[in-house]
Design a protein around this ligand. Structure first.
Ligand SMILES: [Fe+2]
Length: 451
């Protein structure tokens, strides 16, 4: 608590004080569920809340992890009223999340109690009937329950985000609004589970909680598996990138930056989430075929022979051979294989032109050339971003697809590019350095023909 700024401390004390006051008042004025014979319902819902609160669940957005404990709190609104909902929320104090300090648990318990109580009051104000719902009166619950959820969810988010903002100094404008909208919708959707728990209570009592929430826990397990799988994919890709970049001192970080620039273009042209993920992988792996090109060719000083240049031109095909067995790459294959095709058909390996070039390859070609130009190379310093943008503009319609160039320029206006920091000359002890960068459109590789 001492680490918190004073406004956060004042807010924390105010929230905990408000929760304590409303529970004390509710106990005196209305009587607690303990006194009204609902102790068994309270205990089951409190236990349910506690189990959910101790196992935060990743919802269908990547930015937020949240527990579905509020379903139990909202079920309590229907089954035992506002005071019961407040008590159920208060059990968050006892949650056993590893590493969650007492002060956070106190805050969580207090804010859940306030949300439950406020939602319960709204439910009552709209003539929602407290108690086990009758089958023929279930329809009457839906309106008041929806209103209670519509109060509970935003109040919970506002109370929590205010605490986060005061404790960390993060301004509201820094909260990703698109992610927040998804989060809010998911949260409201999960709120319906509380109504199901309450509705089933008349027939199967406490078993209703298990019936309704068991699928949620299965979904949670599946989400966990999915995220673990994604992490292993990322680690595999990162290892392959590292292997490519050890061949060349000056291209460290190139794969990651091409991946980022590719995803900027992909988002700008409206690709869906799955395709953006795939193009991130393609950007990371676009030059993996360099592993199949002799290092002495990559590092050769001076013009290349036709054979040596042919070896360089083979790297997209080699890349495809290397990653062909990796099933999750899907469309990324096309990006890796064709990232050196040119819009006018003079590129390699197939000489495709215009719309014959796969979309992923068109995107990566722009990202690849831009990062090459804005990075240090052994034979020249990094070009400033405006110079590189001008080069892209000049070559739009010949080397690059003009749609992708325009999209990247628009994306750069929204998200300024952070060029890599200057590369110090490599230490003398045999660090691999490519002499000419095949991705650099401003300095073509020279090829000598004939013997
Ligand atoms: Fe390449």
């Amino acid at each position: 608590m001492r680490d918190l700024p004073w406004p956060a401390r004042v807010y924390l004390v105010a929230v905990i004080g408000a929760a304590a006051a409303l529970i004390a008042r509710a106990g005196v004025v209305s009587g607690m569920p303990v006194a009204t014979g609902d102790l068994d319902v309270l205990l089951v819902l409190a236990l349910l809340f506690l189990v959910c609160e101790s196992m935060p669940t990743l919802l269908n957005v990547e930015q937020f992890a949240v527990s579905v404990s509020f379903s139990a709190s909202l079920a309590a609104v229907v089954l035992i009223g506002p005071e019961g909902a407040a008590l159920v929320g208060l059990t968050a104090v006892l949650s056993v999340r590893p590493g969650l300090p007492l002060i956070k648990r106190l805050f969580n318990g207090a804010q859940f109690a306030i949300c439950g109580y406020a939602a319960g009051q709204v439910y009552l104000a709209l003539d929602g009937r407290v108690g086990v719902p009758q089958v023929n009166a279930f329809d009457d619950l839906i309106g008041p329950y929806a209103a209670a959820t519509a109060v509970y969810v935003p109040l919970n988010i506002v109370l929590t985000l205010t605490m986060v903002a005061l404790a960390t100094g993060v301004r509201d404008t820094e909260v990703p609004m698109r992610g927040m909208a998804q989060f809010l919708l998911s949260y409201l959707g999960y709120g319906t589970f509380g109504l199901l728990v309450a509705g089933l209570w008349a027939t199967v009592q406490s078993i209703s909680a298990v019936l309704v929430l068991l699928p949620l826990f299965v979904a949670r397990w599946a989400f966990g598996q999915y995220h673990a799988q994604q992490r292993s994919y990322d680690a595999t890709i990162a290892a392959l990138c590292q292997a490519v970049e050890t061949k060349d001192y000056y291209t460290r970080g190139h794969c990651t930056r091409v991946s980022h620039a590719s995803s900027m273009i992909a988002q700008e042209i409206g690709m869906g989430l799955e395709r953006v993920r795939a193009i991130r992988y393609a950007g990371m792996l676009h030059d993996v075929g360099k592993l199949g090109v002799p290092t002495k060719v990559l590092q050769k000083d001076g013009p290349l022979t036709e054979e040596e240049f042919a070896a360089i031109q083979l790297h997209p095909m080699r890349g495809l051979e290397i990653v062909r067995g990796i099933g999750f790459l899907d469309e990324a294959y096309a990006g890796i294989m064709h990232h050196h095709e040119k819009h006018d058909g003079t590129g390699y390996p197939m000489g495709l032109a215009g719309d014959e070039i796969p979309e992923f390859a068109k995107v990566i070609a722009v990202a690849d050339a831009f990062d090459s130009m804005t990075s240090d190379r052994s034979y020249r310093g990094a070009r400033p971003v405006p110079v590189a943008v001008e080069e892209l503009r000049k070559s739009a319609g010949t080397h690059f697809d003009p749609v992708m160039v325009d999209a990247f320029i628009r994306a750069l206006e929204r998200e300024p590019w952070q060029p890599p920091r200057r590369v110090d000359p490599p230490p003398p002890e045999a660090v691999a350095t490519t002499i000419k960068d095949h991705d650099d459109p401003t300095t073509p590789i020279q090829v000598v023909t004939g013997p």
